[in-house]
Write a protein that binds this ligand. Structure first.
Ligand SMILES: [Zn+2]
Length: 224
C-alpha cells in the first residue's frame, strides 16, 4: 500500500518498485491523501478543475503501473494536519487493505520538504504503529468491522539516509511513462528534461550498486 500526499508523488518516489511488484503478480493499492489542487503558479487556475485533472492523471498513472485500486482521501492540499481525522482516515485504509508493506514519504527529511509530505509520512508511521495494531485505537473502526492489522515493513522515499535500494533498470521506461501521465504537473519542464533528470536521479541512487538505476528508501522492518 502506497500512501502519497499528492497526485504524482508516488510516481516520483516508488513507481519503479510498484511496477516490479505488480509484474510479479502481487497487488499494490494507492491512497492519495490530498487533491493536489494548490500546486500551480497560474493565478487563473480553478482549484476544483485542477483537482479533477490531477485525479484523472493519477488514475492513468496507476493504470500504467498495474495498481489495482486508488483511494482518494480528499484532504485539502497544503492544509493537511496531524489530526484525529487524518490519523483515523489512514488507519482505516491500512485495516481495510491489510498490506504487508506500507510506503510513504520520509517525514524526517530536513530543511526543504512540503509540509503535506512531512505530515503524511508521520501519520502513516503512527497509523502503522500503534493505531492499526491496537484494538481500541479507534472505536469507529471496530464498528465498521475493521479489525486490527500488523504491517511487516515500512518504506519511506525522499529519505536522506537510504538503507534499501530497488533495481529499477528494467522498469525505468514504465516509471517514465507513468510520470508522463501527470501532464498538468510536469509539462512545464519539457519531456526530454524530465527523462534526463529522472535518469540522473535514478543513477545517483544506484551509485555503489552493481546495476544502473535505483529507487532508494529508508526501510523499517516492524518486528517488535
Ligand atoms: Zn507532493
Amino acid at each position: 500500500m502506497v500512501v502519497a500526499p499528492h497526485p504524482d508523488d508516488a510516481e516520483f518516489g516508488i513507481a519503479g518498485t510498484v511496477a516490479k511488484i505488480t509484474s510479479s503478480g502481487k497487488e499494490v493499492v494507492y491512497v492519495i491523501v490530498t487533491g493536489g489542487e494548490k500546486g500551480t503558479d497560474d493565478p487563473a487556475a480553478n482549484p476544483d478543475d485542477i483537482k479533477a485533472i490531477r485525479r484523472a492523471e493519477q488514475l492513468a498513472a496507476a493504470s500504467v503501473l498495474g495498481v489495482s485500486e486508488v483511494q482518494f482521501l480528499d484532504f485539502a492540499d497544503g492544509g493537511l494536519e496531524d489530526s484525529y481525522h487524518c490519523r483515523l482516515a489512514i488507519t482505516r485504509e491500512i485495516r481495510r487493505f491489510r498490506p504487508r508493506v506500507v510506503a510513504s514519504t520520509d517525514p524526517y527529511r530536513r530543511y526543504m520538504w512540503h509540509r503535506d509530505h512531512r505530515i503524511t509520512g508521520q501519520v502513516v508511521a503512527d497509523a502503522v504503529y500503534p493505531f492499526a495494531r491496537n484494538w481500541p485505537a479507534f472505536p469507529e473502526l471496530i464498528k465498521e468491522n475493521l479489525a486490527p492489522h500488523t504491517v511487516s515493513r515500512m518504506l519511506f522515499w525522499g529519505c536522506e539516509e537510504p538503507n534499501h535500494f530497488e533495481d529499477i533498470t528494467p522498469v525505468f521506461d514504465t516509471k517514465l511513462k507513468a510520470l508522463r501521465c501527470h501532464r498538468s504537473q510536469i509539462g512545464m519542464h519539457g519531456d526530454n528534461n524530465l527523462e534526463a533528470w529522472l535518469h540522473q536521479r535514478a543513477a545517483d541512487m544506484a551509485r555503489g550498486q552493481d546495476y544502473e538505476l535505483a529507487e532508494a528508501f529508508r526501510c523499517i522492518d516492524v518486528n517488535w
